[in-house]
Design a protein around this ligand. Structure first.
Ligand code: AHN
Ligand code: ZN
Length: 328
């Protein structure tokens, strides 16, 4: 009888502590009442849908089919959606078409935030040790699809409840066609990466377009990813880096967003800063201790769904929602 009462009391006590702990977790993850909840299952699904097309290499059937899919998603979620078509010149001198896919919320609002990611995947696996594999295209589950997956889920949320600022989602094409390591030609061009964003920066989808700031997502879905303060971002837009990293820490994602200095990466944000004059940061997974500076599956056949984590997608997506819904 006495033992029974003690057992009952300890169950009650345990239940209370458990409830309090859960509340703490809930408070940590969602203190910003203004911002909607990011659904990581939904984001994961959007990543998977892209990967199911196969490698989205420019000029391939998978690339074409995926463009149609992404345009239909943005048309559904955003107030306006369009594909910007242009021509870009590859590292080997070949000229190919480029399709940047763009969706906008409240296009007439003056204060705007630009959210971007690349949607193409790399035609080469030049980080494979096996030289035969180096000519295979990559699936780009993390390198490409993860950022787009997060942005599609943000768009789905924004359709349900719009933020106070205008938002443009720009999915850049031909980011990952940069000169491969095995290339022996001498037509080296410095700016062989990020061709879609270079095109857009010279020819924005609306004349005189500007944004308060931009946020680029690149490789934001990997298991145990860590995001350090990338140096091009700090050079051009340190206040935006502060804003995003502080918000992430405030809502409980300090395990992902670390207040440490990362490397300097040539990525789409460089051209938005340099050419379009839009202060833009890059949230990108780096592994400074690895040989390439990136995760071990980077530009290999292993960049597939097995490396994608809903927790990581959630940390990035929820942070972005909290940042955007905090703007006036
Ligand atoms: C370079 O390797 C020069 N830039 C990395 C940009 C990139 C490639 N992001 C994803 N894939
Ligand atoms: Zn890449």
């Amino acid at each position: 009888m006495k033992a029974g009462i003690i057992l009952l009391l300890s169950i009650l006590l345990f239940a209370c502590v458990g409830e309090q702990q859960q509340k703490n977790i809930a408070n940590k993850v969602q203190p910003n009442e203004k911002s909607p909840h990011f659904n990581a299952d939904s984001a994961y699904h959007y990543v998977e849908r892209q990967v199911l097309f196969g490698a989205r290499v420019p000029q391939s059937n998978a690339h074409k089919a995926c463009a149609e899919y992404l345009l239909s998603k943005l048309s559904d979620f955003c107030d306006t959606a369009q594909i910007q078509e242009g021509l870009v010149e590859l590292y080997n001198g070949q000229v190919i078409p480029c399709r940047n896919i763009i969706g906008s919320f409240s296009p007439s609002k003056k204060k705007r935030v630009l959210l971007c990611a690349h949607w193409d995947s790399r035609p080469f696996s030049d980080q494979e040790c096996d030289s035969e594999k180096q000519y295979l295209p990559i699936l780009g589950a993390d390198d490409g699809a993860s950022g787009v997956g997060v942005l599609l889920e943000l768009a789905r949320q924004m359709k349900q409840q719009q933020p106070n600022v205008g938002v443009d989602i720009v999915l850049f094409d031909v980011e990952d066609y940069g000169m491969p390591e095995f290339y022996k030609g001498n037509l080296y061009v410095e700016h062989s990466w990020c061709l879609g964003s270079q095109y857009w920066s010279k020819n924005p989808h609306r004349k005189g377009y500007s944004a308060h700031y931009g946020i680029l997502l690149d490789m934001v879905g990997g298991k145990n990813a860590v995001f350090k303060r990338e140096q091009v971002s700090t050079y051009y837009a340190s206040k935006i880096v502060d804003k995003v990293w502080n918000k992430a820490q405030e809502i409980g994602f300090s395990a992902y967003f670390r207040n440490e200095k990362g490397g300097a990466i040539t990525d789409d944000h460089l051209y938005l800063n340099k050419i379009a004059n839009i202060p833009c940061i890059d949230i990108i997974r780096q592994e400074p201790d690895s040989e390439t500076g990136f995760a071990d599956y980077w530009h290999t056949q292993n960049d597939n769904m097995q490396n994608i984590s809903k927790e990581t997608l959630h940390a990035v997506g929820q942070t972005l929602l909290a940042v955007i819904y905090n703007e006036n």
